[in-house]
Each structure stands twice: as structure tokens, then as C-alpha cells.
Design a protein. Sequence first.
Length: 118
Amino acid sequence: MKCIDAIIKPSKVEDVKEQLRQVGIKTMTLSEVTDCGGTDGRQRIYRGSSYVIDCVTRVRIQIIVDEGMVKTVVDAILATAHPGEIGNGNISIYPVAETISIAYGAKEHRHRDHATVA
């Protein structure tokens, strides 16, 4: 299994979620994150003082899939989040040793196809 973390612009979330659903992803974790130090730094002037805002709000989408789904999911995110423009985010892929459902307790290690879970 692999964990796919995508950091994207908030304006792209609904489009990305819809595209992921079309390729079979029904479960994902979304969280608001702050991206600092990237290329989105903007100079602002307030009451005569100049300062740079270099932290922007982004959305993190976390998805756990079987290895065979990684390319499909990454391609879906790239197609929808409009690659090629500076500041559109990034995608990271990590190995996952196992997942344990909290609903069923730690004793029952259930392997589920996370790409098709409702």
C-alpha cells in the first residue's frame, strides 16, 4: 500500500475530489495546511510599512491505495490541479506498512482495498 499526499490550492479541491471519485477513490482525508516559504510570497504595504506574506493556505489530500492505483491517482490529481503553474502544490508518495480500522479494534487488522471503500 502507498500513501499519496497532495498539497493543492483550495480553489482546486472540489475539482480534484470529483476527478478522484471518477477513478474509484471514495475515501480520502482532507486538512487545511499552511505552506510557508514557497514562491507565493507577496509584498504588502500597510500604513507605510512594507512586509512580505510568504505563508499561504493550502489543502492536503491524503489517500491510501494499493500500489496498482498510484499512477491512476497521481495522474488524476495532476490533470485537475493544473500542473505547470508555479505554486500549484506538490504530491508525495510514501509506503504504508499496514492500516488498522479503529472501528473494529486493534486486534482485527483488516486489509481493505482503499480505492473502492465506500
